[in-house]
Design a protein around this ligand. Sequence first.
Ligand code: MHO
Length: 207
Amino acid sequence: MLTPELLSEYDANAPTETSTATFGLGCFWGPDAAAGAMDGVVRTRVGYAGGTKPDPSYEVIGDHTEVVQVEYDSTTLSFSDLLDWAFSEHSPRRQSSKRQYQNIVFTETAAQREQLRAFLDDSDLRRQQVETRLEPPDEFYLAESYHQKFQLRSQRWITDVFDELQYDAEAIRESPAAARLNAHAAGQDVAAPFLPESYDPTSRRDG
Ligand code: MHO
C-alpha cells in the first residue's frame, strides 16, 4: 500500500553514499523511468549535458543532449551493470541525427573509464562501430521540474501522497521512492514495500 509513512520511511533509509553516472539515451522520460526500476539505483534526475551553451533549457537547449543522471549504490550495482543496461536501451551502431537525442556515455572516474573499456572489449562491438559518444564528465544542467519523474506526474494516487508529505518539486526529484514510483507508473516491473502490486521476485514473469 502506498502510504505516506512507508514512502517517507523508504526515503529516510535510502543509502546516502552513492556514485553518479550520466547517460544520453534519447528522450529522457523513458530512461528516467527505466533506471528507477533497477535495484541499486537510489535517485534519478533528468537534465541537459554534452554541449557548450550555458544554462540550457528544454525550449532553448542549444547543442546539449537530454540525459538521465543516476545515483547508485555501488555495493549493489556496478557501473558495468549500468553499462549493460544503457547499451540495452540504445543501438550503439546508430547515432541520432538530432543533437537533443544523442546516445552518450559519460565516464566520471578512472574506475568508470576502466569498466567502460572492459565492457567494450568483452562486447562483440568493434570500437570503430561504436557511434555512441563516450565522453569525460561534463556540466550537468537540471531539467525543468515538469520533466522530472515525468511518468508519475499524471498519476493522482501518487502525487496525492507527495502532497500529503508536503514534498516540493525538488523533494520529488530527489526522492528514492519517487524513482521507484516513476518506474511503476511507466509499467516497469519494480519492487518496493509501498507498491500496491509489489511482486514476489521468485514468481517473476519471464519476458
Ligand atoms: N516531444 C516528444 C519528446 C519529449 S522528450 C522530453 C514527446 O512529447 O514525446 O524530448
